[in-house]
Design a protein around this ligand. Structure first.
Ligand code: MIC
Ligand code: SF4
Length: 755
């Protein structure tokens, strides 16, 4: 069941008819996104079009994908659902738990030993419930999905925010928390607010140093980290058709960084070539058969302003390479202005490490373009000035790149090839540094560059660019180097220039792989035992969260008022903490330790209002919990940006926090909070954020009348005796209010199953 051809045939059989009826129902031509959404409705088509950004809709995704760091929680929940088999084709991919230290072989062996308990657990659960299992070393989830499972016109969800990568093959692929995956694997509908649509028209053609990555670096600069929230970004136009399939994947992948629900491209010949090149000619033939339906209607693309909520146009012919960062992926600077920006902002000019690969940029094309630059360093006798690492996206890409001599070029340039895994991208990196306090720069072809993400060091300035720019910068070792205009001094003292990168989209001799690392599940897993060792520090069976008693929440303490950016990395850090992703109580010890406390500007250090002493958020919160005192988190804009990890919602819940009140939420995190029985609400007036004092005592006034569309009021009692009333909005619909009442969505499923 590497790919389920019967399932794809079924989707394609109904696609044209559904599209036709949806067109009649809406009375207008359709974008690709709408076609896919309307084809994947759980129930039949509605009588009138759904309100974009308004209506909650039930969908029936075709597939589910999970990665090891999130699959543990997802499967621990799924095991409680009472199902015997996953209801749709599903896979687990082991990629996040491999730490990069010395190189692929040793690092992989190390990880297999250190995390055997978790890998064994995932493999046995997968085997039992009919879920395909990709072992450690097989590759990064999104690259493996693109190579094996993604198909034009399909809809999938995945427990990782970069699931959106599959948009490169014309899917609507959406990142979700584990509880959402449980719904779909349990055979239930999956709910999403019908997205808004952003159209990006691409004209012209890429050339020279500019790569697909620069399209999304530019879009991130335009839309910012929250500009895509609640929207699908649909790329079209002559420029779109000229991009390779994996290049499209890169663009969709990093769409997660603008908060977009997903991004997608219409089916075209590049996708057909990629399907054929990756052993899926049968799917390409099927897609060719209904090709006209697997893209937006011509009228939509001809007059995008009439049909999309927002339209952006980018001319690929004049697009410059960009470098984004530091600390946020939307700080976009064109290459020609970057050297000046480095000087102006005092960013460290010396480049210490260049890292290429990750799920965003590890295609054959990426590797050939970077290897072309690496070869020039060798030919021109240039000494490479920075450390350099390569993480291939899958064993298939790695094996093929090795066969074709690409890896040798990186090796000759002094690079280290790491395991086919996330590695440094998620802080699984034992970085060698002589002085962690030194301000320093690194540049990667990854997608996220939040503080501390890659190496846990707040002094690291992490920048994001295309793999070819990263490779050139690593050779120069200098962040002010512009490969398009500057020369370098080689070992003979001569001035030399790097020529424009050249790459090959698909391997001329075809892809090859000896052992792709896939394990097919048992056809009947009922006899398979899943063991979670008592007292394990890595895995813990879940206890159901308590149901709500229907009353107002009174006497809450403010556990933290988070200032500025508060991503899921701030709420539940990855890196060293990934080892506890299957153990809720242990991982809770990192809760909000990265969040900046408004009152003292320190990360995760808050005042215990019972003792007046300062402690870490989890310590103080555990003290409140022991004293039976509920608490509230207050935050800024785009709270919970970044990852799909539902731990960022489960940990606060486990520790006894009840409410998260912010200026705005990132989509996946807001849903995760709802699913885990937390109350996630937003300020009606953002300025009320300022009214919260450190020692306030807070009550809800009308939560006992919790209703769809009705605001919730809070009373703040300040220590000087004065009070403030604050009105808050929420987006819970009736069924989501039921999750809150039951204590969690899972409690609700279990109760419904018993009834
Ligand atoms: C990430 O890139 O932040 C991750 C690690 O892949 C996460 C998932 C996780 O936290 O396990 C994501 O993007 O969803
Ligand atoms: Fe892994 Fe990084 Fe991709 Fe997340 S963004 S899936 S950590 S490679």
């Amino acid at each position: 069941m590497i790919f389920d051809i019967e399932m794809i045939k079924e989707v394609y059989a109904k696609f044209p008819e559904r599209v036709k009826v949806a067109r009649e129902m809406t009375g207008k031509p359709l974008s690709l996104s709408e076609k896919i959404l309307y084809t994947h409705l759980w129930d039949g088509l509605p009588a009138s079009p759904y309100g974009r950004g308004k209506s909650y809709v039930d969908f029936a995704p075709d597939r589910v994908a999970m990665q090891d760091a999130t699959a543990q929680m997802a499967l621990l929940q799924f095991m409680q659902s009472g199902r015997k088999q996953a209801a749709v084709p599903s896979t687990v991919h082991c990629d996040h738990l491999i730490q990069a230290q010395v190189g692929a072989a040793k690092d992989l062996a190390n990880a297999k030993q250190k995390s055997s308990e978790v890998f064994d657990f995932l493999q046995s659960v997968s085997n039992k419930y009919g879920i395909g299992f990709w072992e450690p070393g097989a590759g990064i989830i999104h690259q493996v999905v693109l190579e094996n499972y993604a198909f034009p016109g399909g809809m999938m969800i995945g427990t990782d925010s970069h699931t959106v990568n599959a948009g490169g093959l014309g899917m609507v692929a959406i990142g979700v928390g584990g509880a959402d995956a449980v719904d779909v694997m349990a055979g239930m509908p999956w709910e999403l607010k019908f997205p808004k649509l952003i159209g990006v028209k691409l004209t012209g053609k890429l050339s020279g140093w500019t790569a697909s990555k620069d399209v999304i670096l530019k879009v991130a600069g335009i839309l910012t980290v929250k500009g895509g929230t609640g929207a699908i970004v649909e790329y079209f136009g002559p420029g779109a058709e000229s991009l390779s399939c994996t290049g499209k994947g890169t663009i969709c992948n990093m769409g997660a960084e603008i908060g977009a629900t997903t991004s997608t491209f219409g089916y075209d010949s590049k996708m057909g070539e990629y399907l054929r090149g990756t052993g899926r000619a049968e799917i390409a033939d099927l897609a060719d058969g209904i090709a006209e339906h697997l893209t937006g209607d011509a009228e939509v693309y001809a007059n995008p302003e009439q049909y999309f909520d927002q339209v952006i146009e980018i001319d690929l012919s004049t697009l410059e390479p960009h470098i984004n960062g530091p600390y946020t992926p939307d700080r976009a600077t064109p290459l020609s202005e970057f050297a000046a920006a480095v000087k102006e902002n005092g960013w460290p000019a010396k480049l210490e490490v260049g890292l290429i690969g990750s799920c965003t940029n590890s295609s054959y094309e990426d590797l050939t373009r970077s290897a072309h630059i690496a070869q020039q360093a060798i030919d021109k006798n240039l000494k490479v000035q920075s450390e350099f690492t390569v993480t291939p996206g899958s064993e298939q890409v790695r094996f093929t790149a090795e066969r074709d001599g690409l890896l040798d070029k990186f090796d000759a340039m002094g690079g280290v090839v790491l395991a086919n895994a996330c590695g440094p991208c998620i802080g699984q990196w034992a970085r060698h540094t002589d002085d962690p306090d030194r301000k320093n720069s690194i540049i990667t072809s990854f997608n996220r560059n939040f503080a501390k993400r890659n190496d846990g060091n707040p002094n690291t300035h992490s920048f994001v660019a295309s793999p070819e720019i990263v490779t050139a910068m690593a050779i120069a070792g200098d962040m002010t180097f512009n490969p398009m205009t500057d020369s370098l001094t080689n070992e003979n003292g001569e001035q030399v220039r790097l020529e424009e990168p050249m790459g090959i989209e698909m391997p001329p001799a075809g892809f090859a792989v000896e052992d792709n690392g896939y394990h097919e599940p048992a056809s009947d897993g009922s006899d398979i035992n899943v063991v979670v060792a008592e007292g394990s520090e890595r895995l813990q069976l879940l206890e159901p969260f308590q149901a709500w008693n229907g009353a107002n929440i009174e006497g809450m303490r403010l556990i933290i008022k988070a200032k500025g950016k508060c991503t899921t990395d701030h709420i539940s850090m990855a890196g060293p903490w990934l080892r506890f992703r299957g153990h809720l109580d242990n991982i809770s010890n990192n809760t909000l330790t990265g969040a900046i406390n408004f009152f003292n500007e320190e990360a995760g250090l808050v005042k215990n209002q019972l003792t007046g002493e300062y402690g870490s958020v989890p310590d103080v919160q555990r003290a409140y919990k022991a004293a039976g005192i509920p608490s509230i988190v207050v935050g800024d804009h785009n709270y919970g940006e970044g990852s799909s990890r539902e731990h960022a919602a489960m940990q606060p819940r486990h520790l006894g926090m009840r409410i998260v009140l912010v200026k705005s939420f990132a989509r996946i995190h807001e849903t995760n909070l709802k699913k885990q029985g937390m109350l996630g609400i937003t300020f009606k007036n953002e300025a009320d954020y300022d009214k919260f004092q450190e020692d306030d005592i807070i009550d809800t006034l009308d939560l006992n009348e919790f209703q769809e569309g009705k605001s919730i009021n809070l009373k703040l009692k300040h220590s000087d005796g004065s009070e403030d009333l604050i009105e808050c909005n929420h987006t819970y619909n009736e069924s989501q209010i039921d999750w809150f009442k039951a204590g969690s969505a899972l409690n609700k499923i279990k109760a419904d199953n018993k009834a």
